[in-house]
Design a protein around this ligand. Structure first.
Ligand SMILES: Nc1ncnc2c1ncn2[C@@H]1O[C@H](COP(=O)(O)OP(=O)(O)O)[C@@H](O)[C@H]1O
Ligand SMILES: [Mg+2]
Length: 246
């Protein structure tokens, strides 16, 4: 992906969620965004997804400026991105299978037969065939998150955005979902991952951006950033988390 963000600002009342956020990412397949709670990560991801409009600033994604001024342009932009959130935003009243089929039919105008064929192939890929007819409340957290990822992929997005996809999961299930994300990265799909899993960010993502107080405090390749970042706040953040890991 190529991503150029300039001066991105977003306030909720007096609270500045994003404060002049700049970020330039070139030739990167996987970008991790880490940082303290309340730092602006979700707000940034939602703006990138076209779900929220910034007060100021602009974003160029793969050569195209996101046009926040018209609803039609935003709708077109939203079709380019797949989003997976922390709390598996599945439709509760639809089976796993229909969570994939319906968006394909309703938003992409695909005929039901083809939508079903695509869906079944994706569910099989994620080991979900036997769960196709279950409703979200009959699925485990990891299964729900795999359905959410399959649903995002079904729409063939140009880029995948993940917002803490594992933070509601047990450690073992977390590993299972991180494996899936790692496979997507191996397939060279462009992805942006907001995560607390800083080990995964470091070892599985090409670049890491540290967001705090509404802007990017430090950013670089994951190989070099951890040893070379000159941001004391980043170093403190990382060492504090590592301190409590095995
Ligand atoms: N819809 C909202 N209304 C009011 N305040 C919000 C809203 N969304 C986010 N904020 C505030 O903006 C700041 C950044 O939040 P967020 O982007 O969710 O950070 P993060 O994802 O890094 O935890 C926080 O102080 C949060 O309380
Ligand atoms: Mg968040």
């Amino acid at each position: 992906m190529q991503l150029e963000v300039r001066g991105l600002t977003k306030a909720y009342g007096p609270m500045k969620a994003l404060d002049n956020l700049d970020l330039a990412v070139q030739d990167c397949g996987s970008l991790a965004i880490i940082g303290p709670s309340g730092g602006g990560k979700t707000t940034f991801l939602r703006i990138l997804a076209g779900l929220e409009t910034p007060d100021a600033g602009n974003i160029i994604l793969n050569g195209r400026t996101i046009d926040f001024s018209s609803e039609a342009a935003l709708t077109a932009h939203r079709r380019r991105v797949g989003v997976v959130f922390q709390a598996y935003n599945l439709f509760p009243h639809l089976s796993a299978q229909n969570n994939l089929v319906l968006p394909l039919v309703k938003t992409r105008g695909m005929d039901h037969k083809h939508a079903l064929a695509d869906t079944d192939a994706l569910l099989a890929r994620f080991g979900l065939t036997e769960h196709a007819h279950k409703y979200p409340n009959e699925l485990s957290g990891g299964q729900k998150q795999r359905v959410a990822i399959a649903r995002a992929l079904a729409l063939k997005p140009e880029i995948l955005l993940f917002d803490e996809p594992t933070s509601a999961l047990d450690p073992e299930i977390t590993a299972e979902v991180l494996d899936v994300i790692n496979d997507l990265r191996d397939e060279r799909r462009d992805l942006v991952l907001v995560t607390h899993e800083i080990g995964f960010a470091r070892h599985a993502c090409e670049q890491v951006a540290f967001v705090s107080d509404g802007f990017v405090k430090t950013h670089g390749s994951s190989e070099s950033l951890y040893s070379q970042s000159d941001s004391p706040e980043f170093q403190r953040f990382v060492s504090r988390i590592i301190h409590w890991k095995v």
